[in-house]
Design a protein around this ligand. Structure first.
Ligand SMILES: Nc1nc2c(ncn2[C@@H]2O[C@H](COP(=O)(O)OP(=O)(O)O)[C@@H](O)[C@H]2O)c(=O)[nH]1
Ligand SMILES: [Mg+2]
Length: 238
């Protein structure tokens, strides 16, 4: 087994060292961590660089151009495939996605090709998010489900565990979203390729350190990207 945990970061100085530590303390065989940082002005990349000098299974992918959550995720996936990962976990750096779920997500790959940490199952919980933010997520979820017909309850979850063949099958080099809509693009393409997707309940905790990068411009661009994906699909281009 060669699992890679891929974490995109932008200004996560207060979270990243603790998160890496927690992941390394999990009971996972042969874990690798790759942090994909877009030259964060707060020096997140420097912290990761220092850790990677001592921990050979911690890697920094420092990006200088084409910045954004989407392009970072794409490059992170390419990196994992290139280095021989057979399992790829994608998660946020802000502790919204508790690393304690990673071992059970990996185990669940026995029954699915993609396992997704979901906020919308009976045993799921969401803690610390404002009513407005929850409404925004719910509305986005409804829009995405209607537009793309994704058969998943939580289309916005960026906490996911993939078998290698899924990322190979959806052709990650061709991912188009520059921003956070990459989460839905990957899910849409995974469903189109008929890979088996399984949701497991998680307790999602709003970040307590650092700031969210999802503002109104990113949200609007995300809605537009979903529309673009739908049109590309209708034109037979994906
Ligand atoms: N490399 C990179 N990572 C990003 C970028 N924007 C957000 N992220 C990371 O993507 C993850 C999700 O972003 P976050 O701000 O928590 O969004 P939210 O959970 O929707 O509020 C976090 O780990 C961020 O640090 C970006 O432009 N580049
Ligand atoms: Mg977050």
């Amino acid at each position: 087994m060669k699992p890679y945990i891929m974490i995109p970061t932008y200004n996560e100085r207060e979270n990243i060292a603790n998160l890496i530590n927690e992941i390394l303390n999990l009971k996972i065989k042969n874990p690798h961590i790759v942090v994909v940082d877009d030259s964060s002005p707060d020096g997140t990349w420097k912290i990761v660089q220092d850790i990677s000098k001592k921990q050979k299974n911690v890697h920094l992918l420092l990006r200088k151009k084409d910045k954004g959550r989407g392009a970072a995720g794409r490059d992170g996936f390419i990196y994992c495939l290139k280095h021989g990962a057979d399992i790829i976990v994608e998660m946020d750096a802000d502790f919204s996605h508790n690393p304690k779920y990673i071992p059970s997500m990996i185990k669940e790959l026995k029954n699915a090709d993609l396992v997704l940490g979901s906020r919308r199952l009976k045993d799921s919980k969401e803690i610390g998010r404002s009513l407005l933010r929850r409404f925004v997520t719910l509305a986005a979820n409804l829009y995405i489900t209607l537009m793309l017909g994704i058969n998943v309850k939580d289309c916005n979850s960026g906490f996911r565990c993939f078998k290698r063949k899924v990322l190979e099958g959806i052709n990650v080099e061709k991912l188009q979203s520059k921003g956070p809509a990459i989460v839905q693009e990957v899910l849409f393409k995974t469903q189109l390729k008929k890979f088996k997707i399984k949701e497991i309940p998680i307790t999602f905790l709003n970040r307590t350190k650092g700031k969210s990068k999802l503002g109104i411009p990113q949200l609007a661009a995300g809605y537009f990207m979903i529309l673009k994906l739908k049109l590309l699909y209708l034109m037979g281009k994906i």
